[in-house]
Design a protein around this ligand. Sequence first.
Ligand code: UDX
Ligand code: UDX
Ligand code: ADP
Length: 473
Amino acid sequence: MQITNICCIGAGYVGGPTMAIIAKQCPEIKVTVVDLNEARIAAWNDQDMDNMPVYEPGLSDVVAQARGRNLFFSTDVDKAIDEAQMIFISVNTPTKTYGSGKGMGADLKWIELCARQIARVSKSNKIIVEKSTLPVRTAEAIKDILQYAGNDIEFQVLSNPEFLAEGTAVEDLLNPDRVLIGGDSSPEGKRAIESLVEIYNNWIPRERILTTNVWSSELSKLVANAFLAQRISSINAISELCEKTEADVNEVARAIGMDSRIGPKFLKASVGFGGSCFQKDILNLVYISRSFGLTEVADYWEQVIIMNDHQKKRFALNIVRKLYNTVSGKKIAFLGWAFKKDTNDTRESAAIYVADYLLNEQAELRVYDPKVVERQVYADLDYLGSRTAEQNRASIGVGADPYEVCKGAHAIAVLTEWDEFKDYDWERIYDGMLKPAKIFDGRNLLDADKLRSIGFIVQSIGTKSLKKQLVAV
Ligand code: UDX
Ligand code: UDX
Ligand code: ADP
């Protein structure tokens, strides 16, 4: 079927950018992105591009080009479903916070609601595309709901996981390593797969579009994220060992990354990975494995999360230790709050957990992030529920000027690898701080030697400990 009308349910970090690129690359297809969240849709429709709900380099240009031409953002979900031949489901699937599978399995409530809404509204045959990351066999649940809707409509369900990384979404969507489409092997299933292949083939070479069965496609997404996260936990585990020895994790990463079987990417030691996908997808993998009684498999993957939690905690505890075992009443400046650079997304950001540990130790925190707004920082901490909203606001402040945020601080912690941090006037920052002025670089971003020559005491991840540096002096 030649697709001319697409609807996407969910205007978030995945749905928004993905649909913007499809609209840009396929001007003949009408793309409508719908969401229940009116404020979010209003923001996507805002003429002032600074108000876009998702910050991604290059995205505002793409939206400006296609919006109103063949890209539309709306809250009228029923109408968009009714008109579309193909419906992408791109709603959130957070880890369950209640009942069975709490803290492990994905909460499919939103997906199910979507499926029921599609079943209720549809008057013509439709292809449903799972875009959200989902546990294996979700497509079957969606199919069940659609099939028992009692209308004589044919639904084909495809799995088309999204592999874009935030901060590089536009580039990843325009030039993906691969596009994965899973579907039924029946003639109708194959036709549905082909319709989606044709859309992507407008700008992606056919050999980079893989087609598989639905289950392989669903599982591949979880496995890709699990493997990526595993590399980070692996290098982070080594970073702790490096801090105890004379090895430098950057040198180790470089040396092993040059082995073509290992490769150089995703070997950057850090304060810990964040983002909406890695932890959630691994928990999912662990949960599915356990539900099949595969204890060793589950334990193996769970260790990736355990290591990541350890890395965040160890970073925070190290700050406390190096500030003479107490941070009570001490001011610590956070540079960065987003889970990585070039995004305003803070979901599962390491900064949140490091802040939580330090607040437990009664530190006074000041945060600067180029793209994260104050209310988001508070929302992230309030969500943890470790203390009241008032307590959070009393002990953490958010500033719009990094120099002000660092002024009078005992220490600076770098939590996100924003490029601009490298170019700050570090002499000026040093002059404004209490001495000894310490920097805990959770991203190995800054030039430690240069900072040391100014007078800072610098602790990076996976390099000589402060004590060893002092002994060396
Ligand atoms: C990830 C996957 O990369 C993407 O393919 C999938 O579609 C969604 O999940 P994302 O979470 O947006 O994308 O960002 P990613 O670049 O993978 O970074 C995840 C986290 O790992 C960040 O906190 C980042 O700082 C951290 N990271 C990444 C490291 O600590 N070290 C590295 O070497 C790479
Ligand atoms: C290994 C390292 O590759 C080499 O760099 C180092 O110098 C010595 O150790 P080797 O043990 O000779 O080399 O062989 P390798 O090809 O790495 O295979 C090791 C084992 O892993 C074999 O039993 C092989 O069958 C198995 N393997 C390898 C797999 O099961 N799957 C794979 O994808 C690759
Ligand atoms: P992701 O990173 O997966 O894109 P987000 O949370 O950024 O996740 O976006 C998911 C969006 O889906 C949210 O804006 C939410 O309001 C929307 N959403 C969830 N359920 C529905 C639904 N049944 N109908 C329409 N929109 C929905």
